[in-house]
Design a protein around this ligand. Structure first.
Ligand SMILES: *Cc1c(COP(=O)(O)O)cnc(C)c1O
Length: 463
């Protein structure tokens, strides 16, 4: 019996067949050869695993179309823009905060050429990449100094490693939180070199618990905002002013990880219990850490704010070099912070804040028009009341009333529609509620209404 693998044509035979002529004029020969070899290797491997070879194994046309698809997939990559119709504003899996137009323009301008990243234009000497947005951060938050690193996890590791390495960092048992994407406070603390000293209980921790934990081995007190959950009932937590007092007694710094960096009054956005760095610093916290790509609405980064002397110590920690941000992040962050100089402009121009501020009436008008447009192309849907979410580990209890669009595709299950939309171009991500596919336009920028309609039309008519 002959080995079935012998039915796979040779690379040379396939390349010289008419089926490959078109590909070879369009694409570099070495690319076609490499992808063809890749396909053939994959077929051999699947045969070795016990799978059957495809029927068309001898057909050069079949190989040519496989190679064409393989090149297209390779070039497209996997990171693609999607339409977020989930209504979750800071969807960590969908890239958290979209950037403001001014931030995009700044990135584009800076990326196209050289910049004063580490060059002092006044003296002509070496500058620091950390100065560019420092003045803005200081002005906006009232901090003495500011430092930007890659993300909030890095900010926290840097802060703990600088002030509490081989010392105790005292933290409430109610704040040993996990923030999606494998960020757990106990594990982060362990890697920072600080010893975690837990105090209190899950639901109740008092200032006296922290005080009792103070010793000559204490390096810092740490307060973490439990940003993605809330506990109700018989609860108590030490307030920031109480912790400031305990930290002063112990002669150690108080670090406050506030998570989401909301820079404007939470009441303006109908959010309760969302901390701001301004408030925290005003109350006397030594170091505040926050994310750049949550409610602040900027690029992924971590920001540390606080006392000048302490920030200077962080800056000279060798880990700071390992956590350093790139110029594109700094360009986007600086442009985003500049918008905050005018609060009204920030509410309008920063996508996260604009989406948060959309009213139910505005969303209802848009949803109704969208359902009518769907009707025009033969797709049934109806509007229903619901809630959007802030997401990204912020304001878990906030209710953001919205108007949802529930799709009722004919002859197509909700699961199949969801799958088709996800596989489409652009991919569309919705929400499944009680077995129905639902869209929330809060997170869909108005200019994406047309592409969204197009995607739905294709998904509902595809066979
Ligand atoms: C989101 C969050 C973090 C992690 O921030 P990244 O920027 O994702 O590293 C840490 N602490 C709190 C309280 C958070 O909400």
């Amino acid at each position: 019996m002959t080995d079935p693998r012998r039915s796979i044509p040779s690379v040379d035979r396939l390349l010289s067949s008419p089926a490959f002529a078109g590909l070879l004029t369009e694409l570099p020969r070495d690319l076609v050869v490499a992808r063809l070899q890749h396909e053939i290797d994959a077929l051999r491997r699947s045969f070795d695993r016990g799978e059957r070879l495809p029927e068309r194994i001898g057909d050069p046309e079949w190989f040519a179309s496989r190679v064409e698809r393989s090149v297209r997939r390779l070039a497209a990559g996997a990171l693609r823009p999607v339409i977020n119709a989930t209504g979750v504003i800071l969807h960590t899996n969908l890239g958290r905060a979209p950037l403001a137009d001014a931030a995009l323009a700044a990135v584009q301008q800076l990326a196209a050429g050289y910049s004063s990243l580490e060059y002092d234009l006044e003296t002509g000497g070496r500058g620091s990449r950390y100065t560019h947005c420092r003045d803005l951060l200081v002005h906006l938050t009232g901090a003495q100094d500011a430092l930007v690193v890659n993300n909030n996890a890095a900010a926290l590791v840097l802060a703990l490693n600088t002030v509490a390495r081989d010392l105790d960092a005292v933290i409430s048992r109610g704040e040993l939180v996990e923030i999606g994407g494998s960020f757990r406070i106990p594990e982060i603390m362990a890697r920072s070199g600080a010893r975690m000293r837990e105090v209190g209980a899950t639901n109740r921790t008092h200032a006296a618990d922290y005080r009792a934990a103070l010793s000559e081995r204490t390096g810092a007190l740490l307060k973490v905002h439990p940003s993605n959950f809330s506990i109700e009932g018989y609860t108590a937590a030490a307030s920031i002013p109480e912790l400031v007092a305990v930290a002063a007694e112990g002669g150690v710094p108080l670090i406050h990880d506030i998570g989401s960096g909301l820079l404007i009054d939470p009441a303006r956005l109908g959010l309760q219990s969302e901390p701001t760095p301004q408030q925290s610093l005003r109350e006397g916290v030594d170091l505040v850490t926050l994310s750049g790509d949550k409610l602040l609405g900027g690029p992924q980064c971590g920001i540390v704010l606080g006392h000048a002397r302490m920030i200077e110590r962080l800056r000279s920690n060798p880990l700071c070099r390992a956590f350093r941000v790139d110029k594109l992040t700094l360009a986007a962050l600086t442009a985003t912070l500049r918008i905050y100089l005018d609060t009204e402009r920030a509410l309008h121009d920063i996508p996260t804040l604009r989406m948060l501020g959309l009213t139910r009436a505005e969303l209802e008008a848009r949803a109704t028009a969208f359902v009518a447009a769907l009707g025009d192309i033969g797709i049934t849907a109806e509007t229903t009341a619901g809630n959007s979410a802030v997401g990204g580990g912020a304001a878990p209890a906030a209710s953001l009333p919205t108007v949802l669009i529930a799709l009722e595709p004919q002859g197509l299950s909700a699961g199949e529609l969801e799958r088709r939309l996800r596989a489409g171009d652009p991919p569309v991500i919705g929400r499944m509620i009680d077995g129905a596919l639902v869209f929330d336009l809060r997170t869909v920028p108005p200019h994406a209404d047309e592409p969204l309609l197009g995607a739905l039309r294709r998904a509902c008519t595809a066979t």
